[in-house]
Design a protein around this ligand. Structure first.
Ligand code: 1HN
Length: 350
């Protein structure tokens, strides 16, 4: 019945109907293509940023661009070429390199997007998170969860560079961005050797009774030290004899990732070892802490050097092979969000 009437309708009737749909901000589903793809079809593309280029450009920025209110952070965002000029490394994750020169200060602010820092080289900067001074050293993972005040200061005579990853694209997509400057008076430049969060929460399997508020939606341990990560990976690889192992950074007070939106892992591949091809839903940012080798992402092959950063789109095949040295990769993803929504999938791939 409906079909007959459709066929009987003249071209101009249909054209007029479609024009009226548009005039009323309506779109017919039956004309849409590619709405439901058989598998994820990301706009972002696999991409790798080389450390050599990054360090040279960052150095020039340090010479020419001061940090002050208005700019606040000297940050170079990794902009994925598939994302139409947006300053986003993946569809869901912001990733960037941040440069802080000798004696520079990045003043306090807070925002609803959560951030993490991973130090690829150097040390000597303190990040204060809600007033807790966290020293940043090579291989350390530092959390600045949603709505926590954070500032950075560099009392050392050397500049420092680290990787910032934020859930900004997700929070922007959800129209849930809030931002606030911190107090404008004196910047807190404490350099405590150990943070309060480590005093309370850095002892394996042990947490203080009566201190932690279970309503806090992130790990109360705000820094994960490289010495601990390295020790864990060595112990696990030593025991299994395998050529690759991955450890995950967890909230020490419950079965949860470090923050509700981002998963952090460290992958170690022994010299000449391999991580077999795999894929998962959600996007990933990978940073090379040490060693060299090759990463394959879909049809792209990247030779890796310490300091390089690359991204993996949802459901793209990913494989890693170490060269003669041991390869250490820091991996951040949006997996906790996909898991919460029951759309996280992972499988071996060929
Ligand atoms: C931010 O607050 C920092 O505090 C770094 O170090 C990068 C990128 C976008 C929005 C906020 C920081 C950021 C950021």
């Amino acid at each position: 019945m409906t079909t007959k009437r459709f066929v009987a309708a003249g071209h101009s009737d249909l054209d007029e109907l479609y024009a009226d749909f548009a005039a009323h901000d309506l779109q017919p589903l039956w004309e849409m293509k590619g709405l439901l793809t058989a598998a994820p079809a990301p706009r972002m593309v696999p991409f790798r940023w080389r450390t050599g280029d990054l360090m040279k450009l960052g150095q020039r920025a340090m010479e020419l661009v001061p940090i002050d209110r208005g700019g606040d952070r000297r940050v170079l965002a990794f902009a994925n070429p598939g994302l139409s000029g947006a300053p986003y490394a993946t569809n869901s994750l912001w990733a960037a390199a941040q440069f802080l020169g000798p004696h520079e200060v990045a003043p306090a602010h807070r925002h609803s997007p959560a951030a993490l820092r991973f130090v690829l080289e150097g040390s000597g900067v303190w990040t204060l998170v809600n007033g807790d001074p966290l020293h940043m050293g090579r291989g350390d993972l530092v959390l600045t969860p949603s709505m926590c005040f954070h500032q950075h200061h560099n009392p050392s005579p050397r500049s420092m560079v680290w990787l910032d990853v934020l859930d900004l694209p997700m929070i922007d997509f959800l129209d849930a961005i809030f931002f606030e400057e911190g107090p404008l008076d004196e910047v807190d430049q404490r350099t405590d050797p150990v943070s309060g969060s480590e005093i309370n929460y850095a002892h394996p399997g042990i947490v203080p009774v009566g201190l932690y508020d279970p309503a806090t939606p992130h790990s109360p341990l705000l820094v994960y030290r490289w010495a601990d990560t390295d020790t864990a990976l060595e112990a696990i690889l030593g025991a299994t004899g395998e050529s690759a192992a991955t450890v995950r950074f967890k909230d020490p007070t419950r079965a949860a990732d470090v923050m509700p939106t981002m998963r952090c892992e460290m992958l170690r591949v022994r010299p000449r070892g391999e991580l077999p091809p795999e894929r998962q839903t959600g996007s990933r940012v990978v940073a090379v802490l040490a060693g060299g080798g090759t990463a394959t992402v879909a049809d792209q092959e990247y030779d890796l050097r310490a300091g390089d950063v690359y991204v993996i789109p949802s459901w793209a095949t990913h494989a890693v092979a170490a060269s003669d040295g041991q390869l250490d990769l820091f991996v951040t993803s949006d997996a906790p969000v996909l898991e919460a929504l029951h759309v996280h999938r992972t499988e071996p791939a060929r």
